[in-house]
Structures are given as structure tokens and as C-alpha cells.
Design a protein around this ligand. Structure first.
Ligand SMILES: O=C(NC1CCCCC1)[C@H](C1CCCCC1)n1c(-c2ccc(-c3nnn[nH]3)cc2)nc2ccccc21
Length: 233
């Protein structure tokens, strides 16, 4: 059985990505707010748009720190950001949801989200995803690399130079695969399970437009940044 070894360059790549991921965190903690009180549907929708807007700004800063991203064709940079913004939001939401919390807090958080105003039909796929991410007990290195891998998906709509994106995604997949082998020796399928989450994320992408309009309230107001990135209004 060949000894898996992370090279110096791979260590450096991982360090850059993890530091960028940790540096650009969401300012306020939405879970804390939700645990404090049950808001109205309008307040929850406003909270979502505020959190999602700041998360997009965080996503852009993180993406700029992915080695090689800024040397991609500019239109392709936009296509990759637009193509991955919703997935990055749900991935981050899943990480917020699966964070270790005092006893009973996760149940309260789930209840608050179930009653937030999102229509019932989306609860199952959304919470299935959150729980499947939670079960993986991902390390922050894995979270950071998985987010970078999702952003660097070559077959997003309108990407012209897919090869250039593949050349950036492959080294990330390589170092994540090695990390999984080293961190989860008893679980040879762990890396495959991680990548399977990216497939599940894509299905949430499809639901997203309907989820947005399904919030039980009359006028859904978005920020200019969300109109751009979510293709709404
Ligand atoms: O604020 C949030 N998520 C931010 C987390 C950090 C990154 C940016 C998004 C929302 C809450 C908003 C207020 C009402 C309750 C949900 N949220 C969601 C969530 C719910 C519905 C949609 C959605 N998309 N389109 N229609 N509805 C998106 C995300 N899942 C969460 C799991 C744990 C904690 C918060 C969570």
C-alpha cells in the first residue's frame, strides 16, 4: 500500500486556501440571532438577504485568494462566482447548522428555520443536506478545500476556457484526496462521500429560485448584489 504523502507545494496550497477561508468569515452569527427569538417571516427574509449578501462579499474575497483564480479570463471568473454562489451559501449554512452547540440548541435552530417562512416542500432536501454534511464532521481544511473545489467547477454555464478551470481544480482535488486518506484512514470512502455532497449541492441549486419565490409573503425585496448573483427581479 503506497504511503500517501502531501508535498511541500500541496501544504502551501492548502495553507493559502484555509487561511483565506478563515479570514473571510461571516461577520454576525446568524445562528445566535435565530436562537435568541422567533422572528416574523418578513424579518427572517430580511435576515436571509442580509446574511446572503455579506456571504457573497465574503465568497468573492475568498475566491480572489484561490491560487490562479485571478489569472483566469475575467468573464470566466464571473461565471464561476455566479455558478457557485448558491452552493457556497448552502454549504456555509450547513456548516453553521452542524456546528457543535449546547444541548437542544440545534433542535431550536431547526425549529426556527422550519417556521421561518420557507415553504414546506424544501425543508426535506435542505435538512437532508445539512445533516449529511454534519455526519461528515469535516475539518476546516476539508471545508475550505471543498468550497474552493465547488467554485472551480469547470462545467458551470458560460465558462469558455474549461481546461483552465480544470487545471486549478485538479490540484485542490488531489490535496483533498490525500488529506482524507491521512485524516480518515479507517474510512477509505470518505473522499468519495465528500464529493457526493457537491452533487447534492447542485440539486439545492435547482430548488433555489423556487425556494426564494415560495417565501410566504407578498413582496420579496433583494439587494442589488443578490439580484446580480441570484438572477432575481
Ligand atoms: O441566514 C441564513 N443562512 C446564512 C448562513 C450563513 C451564510 C449565508 C446564509 C438562513 C436563515 C435566514 C433567516 C431564516 C432562517 C434561515 N439559513 C438557511 C437558509 C434558509 C433558506 C434559504 C433560502 N434560499 N432561498 N430561499 N430560502 C437559504 C439559507 N439555512 C440555515 C442553516 C443554519 C443557519 C441559518 C440558515
Amino acid at each position: 500500500k503506497e504511503k500517501v504523502k502531501i508535498t511541500k507545494e500541496q501544504q502551501a496550497l492548502m495553507k493559502v486556501v484555509v487561511e483565506a477561508y478563515n479570514r473571510h468569515q461571516i461577520p454576525q452569527d446568524v445562528a445566535k440571532k435565530l436562537l435568541q427569538e422567533q422572528y416574523s417571516e418578513e424579518e427572517n427574509f430580511l435576515l436571509l438577504t442580509e446574511m446572503a449578501t455579506s456571504q457573497v462579499q465574503v465568497l468573492v474575497e475568498f475566491t480572489k485568494n484561490i491560487p490562479g483564480f485571478l489569472s483566469l479570463n475575467h468573464e470566466d471568473q464571473i461565471a464561476l462566482l455566479k455558478g457557485s454562489a448558491v452552493e457556497a451559501m448552502f454549504l456555509r449554512s450547513a456548516q453553521v447548522f452542524s456546528r457543535k452547540m449546547p444541548n437542544g440548541h440545534t433542535e431550536v435552530l431547526e425549529e426556527r428555520i422550519r417556521k421561518s417562512g420557507i415553504s414546506e416542500e424544501f425543508m426535506t432536501p435542505m435538512f437532508n443536506f445539512y445533516k449529511s454534511i454534519g455526519e461528515l464532521h469535516m475539518m476546516q481544511e476539508e471545508q475550505a478545500l471543498l468550497t474552493a473545489i465547488a467554485i472551480l467547477t469547470p462545467d458551470r454555464p458560460y465558462v469558455k476556457d474549461q481546461q483552465a478551470v480544470e487545471r486549478l481544480q485538479e490540484p485542490m482535488l488531489d490535496v483533498l484526496r490525500k488529506l482524507c486518506v491521512l485524516q480518515h484512514p479507517q474510512e477509505p470512502q470518505y473522499f468519495a462521500r465528500l464529493l457526493g455532497r457537491l452533487t447534492e449541492l447542485r440539486t439545492l441549486n435547482h430548488y433555489h429560485a423556487e425556494m426564494l419565490t415560495s417565501w410566504r409573503m407578498n413582496d420579496h425585496k433583494f439587494t442589488p448584489l443578490l439580484c446580480e448573483i441570484w438572477d432575481v427581479e
